[in-house]
Write a protein of this length. Structure first.
Length: 138
């Protein structure tokens, strides 16, 4: 059976952020920690070794694959900062148009630094993602 790698852990979020090599990226991680915590109302939890997630939901695909994942999250990676929002939400693309400098992958939005984006749009993306996932998976 497939074993999910990204599970909620008891590892310290602050310890993880303190170990981010780049001082600027560490500063951005603390800023994102505050934004995500205030916007979601959920405490930050480590998911796997490097994702800081907020809230959680249980998903089950038609294939039978199921698991738990954070509602939203971020990870201050070496190259860029990854932001995690709901996949499949039609309103996500519209909000991303106003976010600022970013690139997207299948499930992630990548930014170089918080200064490159509109924080109000980030908060709207967080709120929209949480609402979409709660509606979809409740």
């Amino acid at each position: 059976m497939y074993e999910l790698k990204t599970k909620e852990t008891d590892n310290s979020v602050l310890e993880f952020i303190e170990n981010v090599e780049s001082p600027k990226k560490r500063e951005d991680a603390y800023q994102l920690l505050n934004i995500f915590t205030e916007t979601t109302g959920y405490p930050a939890k480590m998911w796997g070794p490097s994702i800081i997630g907020f809230g959680s939901y249980h998903y089950k695909y038609e294939s039978g694959h199921e698991g738990d994942a954070p509602l939203v999250g971020f990870s201050p990676r070496k190259a860029k900062i990854s932001l995690y929002f709901a996949v499949g939400d039609p309103k996500r693309e519209q909000l991303l148009q106003n976010l600022g400098k970013h690139t997207t992958g299948k499930a992630c939005v990548y930014i170089n630094k918080v200064a490159d984006i509109d924080v109000d749009v980030l908060k709207a993306l967080i709120n929209q993602s949480v609402a979409f996932l709660k509606e979809t998976y409740n």
